[in-house]
Design a binder for this molecule. Structure first.
Ligand SMILES: [Zn+2]
Ligand SMILES: [Zn+2]
Length: 339
């Protein structure tokens, strides 16, 4: 089935963490974490509308400069999300450069920073190239429970986990999926065409029942066109099922409260990207470093009932042992039947 978005890790399992979530039909994308993003070509960075940072350790935030350099003078805006002190951290990065020319650039870049406090309140700061990236305060953004960002077709939720410092774990949730009953379509004497996209969009955006859909297609008998109401087509040919949910979890230690937070965020998630930094034989070291072992990552995947798991953020000390890390995750998760 056609997916609303396609998530893909930015780097290999030993590289900096990052997840690029491509909304191909909309020619836009989301990015989770902003470490080394050099492998993403400029055209992919230009598509980013929102970037969600887990925490500001260098391997998760040092790519800010690269992103800024690519979009500056070319893109109108980007929204960044992060945890406590995030707005100040962005401000410090911007203050590290000299901006005596950017206010004259034709395309104004606005960096809209949304900071999530551990108290559950949202704060906001904006930085415009026209104002040489001086910090401007703007209306705070409202958090509805753990929903950080919401659009017609999807939402992004976030909850803090403990990594010695607060670190955000994220859920990307498609609100609904629409399946087209091709056999029922044929029984009605209709055929597929680009009108199906209009119909799906109308349904997902909650268009009124009487909204007309121009049903057009071409076959060997020539062009065909009829008009049907959204409600009629929805009832006759569409099945609406729950949307796909994806988890992005990295940089945390194995504690009961972390597992609990992740269960609240990600119970039954379809696909879980989760850090698996150390082998379980180095469990004490993992705890000191505030990270998970691969076995612990698999346990979490099992406890929250993840239907599929992709481990990442492997420590370079296991450079030739990635198969062991992956095997450990899968042994503890033990497949979909465990949920
Ligand atoms: Zn990290
Ligand atoms: Zn970290």
């Amino acid at each position: 089935m056609h997916n609303l978005f396609e998530p893909r890790l930015v780097n290999d399992s030993f590289g900096d963490p990052g997840l690029y979530v491509d909304f191909r039909d909309e020619r836009r994308a989301l990015l989770f974490d902003l470490g080394d993003i050099a492998v993403l070509p400029p055209r992919k960075l230009m598509r980013l509308s929102h970037v969600f940072v887990t925490h500001a350790h260098m391997d998760h935030f040092s790519g800010f400069d690269h992103l800024l350099r690519v979009v500056l003078g070319r893109k109108a805006g980007v929204v960044l999300f992060g945890g406590p002190d995030f707005a100040a951290q962005v401000e410090h990065k911007l203050n590290a450069y000299t901006w005596n020319v950017v206010h004259r650039y034709e395309v104004e870049l606005i960096i809209d920073v949304r900071e999530i406090g551990t108290d559950g309140h949202g704060r906001r700061a904006c930085f415009s190239s026209r104002a040489r990236f001086a910090r401007e305060s703007c209306a705070p953004f409202e958090l509805l429970d753990d929903v950080l960002h919401e659009e017609t077709t999807f939402r992004v939720r976030g909850r803090f986990v403990d990594h010695d410092i607060p670190c955000l774990a994220y859920a990307i949730e498609e609100k609904a999926r629409i399946k087209v009953g091709k056999d029922r379509l044929a029984a009605l004497g209709l055929s597929t065409g680009s009108w199906l996209r209009d119909l799906k969009h109308a349904v997902l955006t909650g268009a009124p029942d009487e909204t007309p859909i121009q049903v057009q297609w071409r076959d060997r008998d020539g062009e065909h066109a009829v008009t049907r109401r959204v409600s009629e087509l929805r009832q006759l040919i569409l099945d609406i099922v729950p949307g796909r949910r994806i988890g992005y979890v990295t940089d945390l230690r194995y504690t009961e409260s972390n597992v609990q937070s992740l269960s609240q965020l990600l119970a039954g998630v379809d696909l879980l990207f989760i850090e698996s930094v150390f082998l379980d034989e180095d469990r004490d070291h993992a705890l000191r470093k505030n990270h998970l072992t691969a076995y612990q990552a698999g346990q979490i995947a099992c406890q929250i009932g993840a239907k599929a798991v992709i481990p990442f953020h492997f420590s370079p000390r296991y450079e030739d042992r990635s198969a062991e890390l992956i095997a450990e995750v899968h042994a503890a998760w033990s497949g979909p039947s465990a949920s």
